[in-house]
Each structure stands twice: as structure tokens, then as C-alpha cells.
Design a protein. Structure first.
Length: 227
């Protein structure tokens, strides 16, 4: 498993370098290894290859892994849909939450953070392929959501996240990703520190980087197919 994951990471890093040279930007791109449904051994192998950022979708699974790796230098990203009754767990175990857009969730996250004296990094999830997914706010609502963060002492607005519908049409995908980049520029005009763009998975991370993504979330091409 170690060798396989090592090989996969070499391939991904090559693809990242190539995509970075294609977007004529010197911005760093953070690789988040999405370990949902994958074992402790998988995480350990990726950690041994230098990965320090991991993404999880399910709060209970996140907690199990968080506790197992408590003494490791790992930054956990919660990237899944957020249920209110799981916010306390998510607060304890992660330092980035990617899928924020509901007021109730953002405010509750802030309250939970205050209780344990923790600061959390948050991204606004924007639904850029509206017919397909119900998660995320519409582009029009981005500033309304951003204003909610102004009331939060312990949740910092760091940028936006999107999970565009996969398309076999390359030009269409590029257009959608360019749209995400433009939304980020608009957000940064009012919130200069909200500069992260969490965009790109196994299927499209090279395109995402060319479009200015700063955080890519990759699962299957690191760890293999999920069952
Ligand atoms: C599962 C998941 C990923 C990773 O997808 P892969 O196709 O395995 O790279 C990225 N982002 C989100 C939000 C996910 O749920």
C-alpha cells in the first residue's frame, strides 16, 4: 500500500506542477488527501509520504481518525454536508470547514468554537451547478452569507469552496471553474483575507489549478477507488 500511495502522489504532484505552470500564477496549491471510507493504514501511508492535510465527509468517521492521530501533525478538513447535531464533533476535530452556507450552522459552529476557545477556518460553499446539488448557496447569495461571518468571533472567513458538476465538455468545465475564480475575486474585493479557492477533485484538479484553485481535494487518485 505504501508504494502504491507513494507512486500515486508522485503522479499527482507532477500533474500539479504542470497545471501550475499553465496558470502563470505562483500561488501555492494545498493538496488535501480525502480519506473518507479509507482505513487508518491508508492515512498512515499518506502521512509517511509527507501529506499533512486530510479531508473527511462524515463527522463520526472524522472523530475516530482524529483520535487515532491525535499526536500527529495533521490538519483535518471537514468537507461534507453539515448536520446541526454533529457541529460539536466537527468543531473538536477539524480546523477547516469547507461546506458553510447556512446561517444556523455558521452561528452554531462559532458558539461551539467559543466554548472550547478555538478558532476555525471557514469556506463558503457555492452551488455553481444548481440543478444537480442542493448544497451551497447560489452565487447571488455569497455576500449575504459572508456577512454572517462578520458576527463570528471564532470562525474566520477564508474563501470559497465549490464542487462543480462533472462534465465531459472541457470548455463547459473551464467556464464553470473560471466563474468560481471570478466569484472569489469579487469576494476578495470586500474581504481581502478570504482568498482561498477550494476547487478540484480527482476528476478535474488540473483544470481547477489552471483556473486559480488554491486547495484541491483528492481522494481516489491517492487512495484508490472507494467502495
Ligand atoms: C469525496 C470528495 C472529494 C474527493 O473526490 P475524489 O473523486 O475521490 O477525488 C472531494 N470533495 C468532496 C466534497 C468530496 O465529497
Amino acid at each position: 500500500m505504501q508504494e502504491k500511495i507513494k507512486d500515486n502522489l508522485i503522479k499527482i504532484n507532477n500533474k500539479i506542477s504542470k497545471a501550475k505552470s499553465g496558470n502563470n500564477s505562483s500561488k501555492e496549491v494545498l493538496l488535501i488527501a480525502v480519506s473518507k471510507k479509507k482505513s487508518i493504514e491508508h492515512i498512515n501511508a499518506a502521512f509517511n509520504e509527507g501529506i499533512r492535510n486530510f479531508g473527511e465527509n462524515y463527522a463520526q468517521e472524522l472523530e475516530d481518525k482524529f483520535l487515532r492521530f491525535e499526536n500527529y501533525d495533521i490538519t483535518w478538513h471537514f468537507i461534507g454536508p453539515i448536520q446541526s447535531n454533529k457541529i460539536k464533533l466537527i468543531t473538536k476535530c477539524s480546523s477547516w470547514v469547507h461546506g458553510l452556507y447556512r446561517e444556523k450552522v455558521i452561528l452554531k459552529l462559532n458558539e461551539e468554537c467559543k466554548k472550547i476557545n478555538k478558532t476555525m477556518n471557514g469556506l463558503i460553499q457555492i452551488n455553481v451547478s444548481q440543478e444537480i446539488s442542493k448544497n451551497g448557496c447560489s452565487p447571488d447569495e455569497m455576500f449575504k452569507v459572508a456577512e454572517i461571518f462578520e458576527k463570528c468571533t471564532n470562525v474566520k472567513l477564508k474563501g470559497i469552496m465549490a464542487l462543480p458538476k462533472l462534465s465531459s465538455d472541457l470548455q463547459e468545465s473551464k467556464k464553470v471553474m473560471q466563474g468560481v475564480y471570478e466569484l472569489s475575486q469579487i469576494l476578495q474585493s470586500k474581504y481581502p483575507t478570504a482568498k482561498e479557492i477550494s476547487l478540484g477533485t480527482t476528476a478535474d484538479f488540473d483544470l481547477a489549478i489552471e483556473s486559480g484553485s488554491t486547495m484541491i481535494r483528492i481522494g481516489e487518485s491517492i487512495f484508490g477507488i472507494r467502495k
